[in-house]
Write a protein that binds this ligand. Structure first.
Ligand SMILES: NC(=O)c1ccc[n+]([C@@H]2O[C@H](COP(=O)([O-])OP(=O)(O)OC[C@H]3O[C@@H](n4cnc5c(N)ncnc54)[C@H](O)[C@@H]3O)[C@@H](O)[C@H]2O)c1
Length: 389
């Protein structure tokens, strides 16, 4: 059995996404399961080294957390340049802040590493494209996290579409969001980093979420032709990690209608200032001539044309129909692995075995473009078309 080691520099993994999704639930989970099995004779085995600015934050991850998850410690360093200089490290991965991304990618390109990173790759299309061109010109394998594509629910939507369940898809309605505490009220700490609410630090829900909506919509339903969007800062002040009150300069709610090239209308609401009374933190309702599906993060409920009730508008009597009945849960006929982990496995196979990988920095730039066009639509109060990148 050949165990092919793949050295991965994991940068910025002390953050929320880096620690939970990328280190623990992806890379350490892959090591724990015995690597990525290619065939009976070969396994790909990630060998991470954690990098960052603060050794005191890296050390517990590389020691306690790694020991708990895989029974041994990992390497870590604050000296990124030396890690980049080590030819055993084939991949550079970045989950640091959005505004830090470009500088790190430039360094990793110079070092000739395969590059994988969180979204958004930048806050401006021009910059996101520049980074894509940089890696392309250097001939480096590259990828951007597009995790939502591997959510169990969206895989089920893709299956339903393949099965012809929907007939013609007419509209898609996405409702994303939950209450993010301001940190100002007693015993109600904020559960997201404060930079998310400061535009000058790369924050804002439009730049955050439209990247996701871009690849979700274009992969599941088709290319986006035009959009109209509106954003707002619902909550003007929040409290940061150090306990200081700061001014929220970024949008914390965003509303958009995306019209696809085939005419399908996709409407997405995104907000960190809403309370949830729906199936999940993100629900996507897909309405077709022959049936409708409502997807949460994992589960999908369907109602076919034949099961559709006939409501009558009459507020003078209690509603006779329980609208939550008459839906079928799509069964979990396969085990669904963590979405980030599945994409990591695909990227490792791409790097080691040259297998195709569609989710490149250029694809990631399309997400940044959609967010930037959303902001343009909002500021100029008009519809905008989405030009090809
Ligand atoms: N795929 C998704 O669903 C998803 C969800 C949330 C965030 N993100 C993206 O992931 C990235 C990180 O977001 P987060 O919520 O984890 O933020 P975070 O603030 O929790 O983490 C950022 C990490 O980067 C580190 N960092 C910052 N500057 C650095 C530098 N110069 N050198 C090394 N490390 C540095 C910070 O110390 C921190 O550990 C962002 O780009 C964000 O847009 C993606």
């Amino acid at each position: 059995m050949e165990i092919r080691k793949i050295g991965i520099i994991m940068n910025g993994v002390t953050g929320r996404m880096g620690t939970n999704q990328h280190l623990i639930r992806s890379i350490l989970a892959i090591i724990k399961q015995g690597g990525v099995k290619v065939n009976d004779d070969m396994v790909l085995m990630p060998e991470p080294i954690l990098t960052g600015r603060n050794a005191n934050k890296l050390k517990p991850l590389a020691t306690e957390v790694a020991k708990r998850e895989i029974g041994r410690e990992l390497a870590y360093t604050t000296d990124l340049d030396t890690a980049l200089g080590d030819s055993n490290n084939q991949i550079f991965f970045d989950a640091s802040g959005t505004l830090q991304r470009a500088g790190f990618i430039e360094k990793a390109v110079k070092a000739g590493k395969a590059i994988y990173c969180e979204k958004p790759t930048a806050t401006e299309t021009k910059e996101a494209l520049r980074l894509a061109e940089l890696v392309e010109k250097a001939g480096l394998k590259n990828g951007v996290v597009q995790d939502k594509l591997w959510l169990p629910s969206f895989r089920k939507i893709a299956m339903l579409k393949d099965l012809g369940f929907f007939g013609k898809i007419l509209s898609v309605r996405g409702e994303f969001g939950y209450w993010v505490f301001t940190g100002i009220d007693r015993d109600q700490p904020a559960q997201r980093p404060s930079w998310n609410y400061r535009a000058e630090d790369g924050g804002g829900i439009m730049i955050d979420m439209f990247c996701h909506w871009q690849y979700v919509i274009s992969n599941l339903f088709g290319p986006i032709k035009s959009l109209v969007a509106y954003g707002n800062t619902d909550i003007p002040e929040r409290r940061d990690e150090s306990g200081k009150i700061y001014k929220a300069t970024a949008d914390d709610s965003a509303y958009a209608i995306f019209v696809l090239e085939d005419g399908t209308v996709c409407q997405f609401n995104s907000s960190w200032c809403v309370r949830v009374r729906r199936d999940d933190l993100l629900t996507v309702e897909v309405n077709g001539t022959k049936g409708t599906a409502v997807a949460g993060l994992r589960e999908v409920f369907v109602q076919s044309a034949a099961e559709t009730p006939k409501p009558v508008w009459n507020p003078d009597i209690p509603q006779p129909i329980n609208f939550y009945e008459g839906w079928q849960k799509v069964p979990n006929n396969i085990p669904y692995d963590n979405a980030f982990k599945i994409q990591w496995e695909e990227f490792l196979r791409h790097v080691a075995l040259d297998e195709p990988f569609r989710y490149t920095l250029r694809e990631g730039a399309k997400g940044v473009q959609l967010a930037e066009l959303g902001m343009q639509s909002w500021k100029e109060k008009r519809w905008v078309d989405v030009p090809a990148l």
